[in-house]
Design a binder for this molecule. Structure first.
Ligand SMILES: Cc1ncc(COP(=O)(O)O)c(C=O)c1O
Length: 369
């Protein structure tokens, strides 16, 4: 089959360097295998069933999603073991959750007695109990109960509900993104895992069965070790990495995802205007931590150059001396944050040696309900 070249792809478009992505995927799987834990990648990063299937093919034991809508798309594509790492609230969603749980293995997060009672009632007439993991806040401060006694209290409540089945506990080290150096990221990850292991011990001492102790965030896993006793890791961004992760690694070589853009104007000397702005790259900036980003995305070919401004449909950067960017030239931008960028596109073009070899539909794009 003859593959078309990148020049035949119109812009803005989302590209993935297939070889770099494959290496990232294999790295994640190796990391899990080396420490004897399961890999359950967070697919909110790509929202693309074809890529989730590739992750499973390489050894992932099911996937993680953030939203019920993502889970529905992934289940329809044949993924049959899905953890929704989020709390599900509201009658419309509960009805959809019941339907989905009749089709594939679904686990959901809980972090409040209210969730327990809502889910227990919603599943009262179901043949199978709904599997749940308790969301533990090990320092990120977004969701989750504090490690220790609060988890045990919630676990006891779940055990009183015959329509629910407690599988274990999970956490997300989102605060590893705020750490200022590698030693600090490692410390965040270690501290989080120790909290999880101590909590699991407390539960087991109280005769609560803990099958799963699930952790994960890409910065933590890029530089830190998984402790013995952890059973599962859930990195998401590792598949592509992005400008923030490149900043942590000190190199953008492992960044697989780019936005292909065209230079559309050179209005004033030095300034280069491209056809990719907020609607092609997001306006996301990471303002804290080692991965903090400059501007709104980096030029893949010249990572020291960043987009200094974005409006809806335009991005602007300053050309370094000696470069003559011309109108019509195509350039690749490494986004600051891979996950919301993927959500902006209908397709991801898989590129090998300058040729388009895949065109993956981002089927869960926009499925945020
Ligand atoms: C609950 C949960 N688990 C795992 C992840 C994956 O994190 P990362 O993309 O840093 O790997 C996220 C990301 O937001 C998350 O919210």
């Amino acid at each position: 089959m003859k593959h078309s070249g990148i020049e035949e792809v119109d812009t803005p478009a989302l590209l993935v360097d297939v070889d770099v992505m494959e290496e990232n995927l294999r790295w994640g799987q190796r990391k899990a295998n080396m420490t004897g834990v399961k890999l359950r990648p967070h697919t909110k990063t790509h929202r693309t069933p074809a890529l989730a299937k590739r992750q499973v093919e390489l050894g992932a034991q099911g996937i993680t999603v953030a939203k019920l809508g993502e889970a529905e798309v992934m289940a329809a594509a044949g993924i049959n073991d899905i953890f929704i790492a989020n709390e599900i609230v509201g009658p419309i969603k509960l009805k959809r959750l019941r339907k989905l749980a009749q089709q594939v293995r679904i686990t959901v997060g809980v972090d409040n007695p209210k969730h327990v009672s809502i889910l227990a009632t919603a599943f009262a007439s179901e043949a199978r109990p709904l599997e749940v993991l308790i969301d533990v806040d090990t320092g990120y401060g977004r969701t989750g109960v504090k490690p220790g006694q609060q988890v045990l209290d919630l676990a006891r409540l779940i055990l009183q509900s015959p329509t629910l089945k407690l599988r274990g506990i999970f956490t997300h080290e989102g605060h590893s993104y705020k750490a200022e150096n590698v030693a600090e990221i490692k410390q965040v990850f270690r501290h989080s895992q120790e909290n999880m292991l101590t909590t699991a011990r407390l539960l087991r001492q109280a005769d609560v069965h803990v099958e799963e102790i699930s952790v994960g965030a890409t910065p933590a896993l890029l530089v830190g070790d998984v402790l013995s006793g952890i059973t599962e890791i859930r990195p998401g961004t590792y598949i592509f990495l992005d400008a923030a992760q490149g900043n942590i690694l000190g190199s953008y070589k492992r960044c697989a995802l780019t936005v292909l853009a065209t230079v559309v104007n050179r209005p004033i000397s030095g300034n280069v205007v491209i056809d990719a702005g907020v609607k092609a790259l997001t306006a996301f900036v990471r303002s804290t931590g080692m991965g903090r980003t400059q501007g709104y995305g980096l030029l893949k070919a010249l990572p020291e150059v960043h987009l200094s401004e974005v409006s809806d449909e335009h991005g602007v950067f300053n050309s370094p001396p000696g470069y003559n960017f011309y109108i019509g030239e195509k350039i690749e931008i490494i986004p600051n944050h891979a996950c919301p960028t993927c959500n902006l596109y209908d397709y991801i073009y898989g590129i090998k040696k300058g040729c388009v070899v895949y065109k993956w539909p981002v089927l869960a794009r926009g499925k945020s309900q």
